[in-house]
Design a protein around this ligand. Structure first.
Ligand SMILES: [Zn+2]
Length: 211
């Protein structure tokens, strides 16, 4: 996961809705240093205004460097509403953090195996959460907990069913299954462009019905 510390929601700094890794807010310096030491963080985003003093910032930067964790500072200087991502170390690693190996890609645009997919903002937000947890059954409350961390508006049960149905129509074959009394399961296509239905044989995604 990626940790962040800031006085504002992380979504105000950059389009975290498109991230394919979980984001978690940290409230204290010790929590952050502990998570770094336990190697639970793949990246760290810091608004320096959230830290009490310069030694605290130095402590985090040194610890992150020791564990090889990419750090980005969330800064603004001339225009208070215009934030910059100031990459402190490992810009190569930071750039690759947005995506995971998956059949879907969310940044800079939504695509499925490289083909552009047109989704509404709410569908994109939901797809990003599912793509962050491939192969894991997510309940409504788990989805909404992740939404809150990303600064995304939560869904109602009815609303979520509607959005999932729409997503399954746009992203073929359908990627999200409803597991009764359990939740929702996102299954990516395998790298050879085959989609494996749970309990069934693989079928090629090129055999999609005409649209
Ligand atoms: Zn797929």
């Amino acid at each position: 996961m990626c940790g962040y510390v800031s006085p504002r929601p992380i979504s105000e700094y950059f389009p975290v809705w498109s991230a394919m890794i979980p984001f978690r807010r940290f409230d204290t310096l010790n929590q952050m240093i502990e998570a770094l030491g336990q190697r639970r963080l793949r990246c760290l985003a810091i608004d320096p205004q959230a830290l009490p003093d310069a030694p605290s910032l130095a402590a985090i930067l040194e610890t992150a460097h020791r564990y090889g964790v990419p750090v980005v500072l969330l800064t603004h200087y001339l225009q208070p509403t215009l934030w910059h991502l100031t990459v402190v170390n490992r810009p190569d690693a930071w750039a690759s953090l947005w995506t995971m190996p998956s059949c879907v890609q969310l940044w800079p645009a939504v695509a499925h195996h490289g083909d552009p997919v047109s989704l509404t903002p709410r569908l994109r937000e939901l797809l990003a959460i599912f793509a962050t947890y491939p192969g894991r059954i997510l309940t409504l409350s788990a989805i909404n907990a992740e939404a809150v961390q990303r600064g995304v508006r939560p869904w109602t049960a009815q609303n979520l069913r509607t959005v999932i149905a729409a997503l399954n129509q746009r992203l073929l074959p359908p990627h999200v299954q409803t597991r009764r009394h359990a939740g929702y399961l996102f299954t990516p296509c395998s790298p050879n462009r085959e989609f494996v239905e749970p309990g069934g044989a693989a079928k090629s995604i090129d055999s999609r019905p005409p649209q």
